[in-house]
Design a protein around this ligand. Structure first.
Ligand code: NAD
Length: 398
């Protein structure tokens, strides 16, 4: 991921005519923090925080708890955060953190100790005007609440603006949970509008029905009732219906802890069949590299919306572009989460609590502007939307 990212940044920067020194500075990270976390039980875990760039504002980015966390991965994700905040025009930089741990193997007490010790190792380098972490894979509002509490104990800061993605009664924001899926709907709506397709009925298939995929589907029903969601998948099955799926019922099925393979009334097919669906739009909301050289020729959709991070491998990206498929890139399409994190941080700094409709209005405005800028740049410079988003981000960072 880090190598692919460095190649994309270098290529985009060279197209912009930037010299080698500027390109190197873009790839370079500002600071890397690495330390061991030793639990009272004796277990030791590697912990990281990479601060890529604060040229546009305080560092911003999630904390991941996962056994595969490595310095290279954290560095790549930190760089992506700088590009994402710049691509959507937020006054924030980019960072990422992680601990190489399987949190499912820890007791609740160990998980709390790990979270507190992560903050103890970093508190001098983070904070409301320095670096504002948030949840990522396997971390959540409860963990952010613990981390804010530890930060307050160590630094005496009562503003709650040191972390975002907190629970509502601890300074979290309305609308945060749905933000990435909702942002995806806003981005797609604007894109169809700019492409002159907003009046046409469209059919949609969604890979992944977790937080992002399910909120995308629910919000789409609300904001775009003419869109027809005809297929959704999880890691084991795809379910489809030409007349449109019962989204609320499917969500209740998932929330009851059941998999799509057990939704027998709609004859589940394999998970991979999601790519073969005859639809206008394919939404990728599951994993990185979901579309790759093995399945890229299956895609029938004319538009792909990247809601997961890096869901299309380089080779598949090139193949789809040659085929004329339009790809709405992750750094714009899935930025709803960081946009609402930014709004949460603002509310904390101002000691305010905004209503859900106010948060959604702000999200709408920021996302619409970002898609519009990307779209026009791409038309003006005759490049893909991914190249356009990256170029805009790099220009702003430089
Ligand atoms: P999640 O864990 O809630 O959901 C992931 C879903 O993907 C699950 O339903 C899982 O069953 C499904 N899945 C896993 N493997 C699959 C496969 N092979 N085929 C089909 N489905 C599969 O995660 P999430 O928060 O919804 O995140 C999804 C993606 O979006 C991730 O790449 C994440 O990094 C990215 N993302 C999330 C946010 C956010 O705010 N949650 C923000 C930006 C980007």
């Amino acid at each position: 991921m880090l190598q692919t990212l460095k190649r994309s940044i270098t290529a985009a920067a060279q197209r912009l005519g930037l010299d080698e020194q500027t390109v190197d500075a873009l790839i370079q990270v500002d600071k890397t923090h690495q330390f061991d976390i030793r639990l009272d039980s004796g277990q030791v875990f590697k912990a990281y925080r990479v601060q890529h760039s604060n040229r546009r504002g305080p560092y911003k980015g999630g904390i991941r708890f996962h056994p595969k966390v490595s310095l290279d991965e954290v560095q790549a994700l930190a760089t992506i955060m700088s590009l994402k905040t710049a691509a959507v025009g937020l006054p924030l930089g980019g960072a990422k953190g992680g601990v190489a741990v399987n949190p499912k193997e820890l007791s609740a007490a160990d998980l709390e100790e790990l979270s507190r010790k992560y903050v103890q190792g970093l508190h001098k380098h983070i904070g409301p005007t320095k670096d504002i972490p948030a949840p990522d894979v396997n971390t959540n509002a409860a963990i952010m609440d613990i981390m804010v509490d530890e930060y307050q104990k160590l630094e005496g800061d009562r503003r709650q603006a040191s972390f975002t993605g907190k629970s509502l009664n601890k300074g979290g924001s309305q609308g945060r949970e749905a933000a990435t899926g909702r942002g995806g709907v806003i981005a797609l709506k604007k894109f169809l509008d700019l492409s002159g397709m907003s009046k046409q009925p469209v059919t949609i298939a969604i890979q992944g029905f977790g937080n992002v995929g399910s909120y995308f589907a629910l919000t789409a029903q609300d904001l775009s009732p003419t869109w027809k969601i005809v297929a959704v998948s999880d890691s084991q099955a795809t379910i489809s219906s030409k007349t449109g799926l019962p989204i609320t019922k499917l969500l209740a099925h998932k929330q009851a802890g059941k998999a799509f393979k057990d939704f027998k009334e709609l004859a589940p097919d394999t998970s991979e069949s999601i790519f073969r669906q005859q639809v206008d739009i394919l939404v990728l909301a599951a994993l990185d590299d979901a579309l790759n050289k093995d399945n890229m020729t299956d895609v029938k959709a004319k538009i792909v919306l990247e809601l997961a991070n890096g869901p299309i491998a380089e080779e598949a990206n090139d193949y789809l572009l040659k085929k004329g498929v339009q790809i709405i890139p992750d750094i714009i399409a899935n930025s709803g989460g960081v946009i609402v994190s930014y709004l949460e941080w603002q509310q904390n700094l101002l000691s305010e609590n905004w209503s859900e409709s106010q948060v959604n209005q702000e999200l709408d405005m920021i996302m619409n502007q970002a898609v519009e800028a990307m779209y026009h740049y791409s038309r003006q410079h005759k490049c893909s939307f991914k190249e356009a988003a990256l170029s805009l981000a790099i220009k702003r960072l430089v």
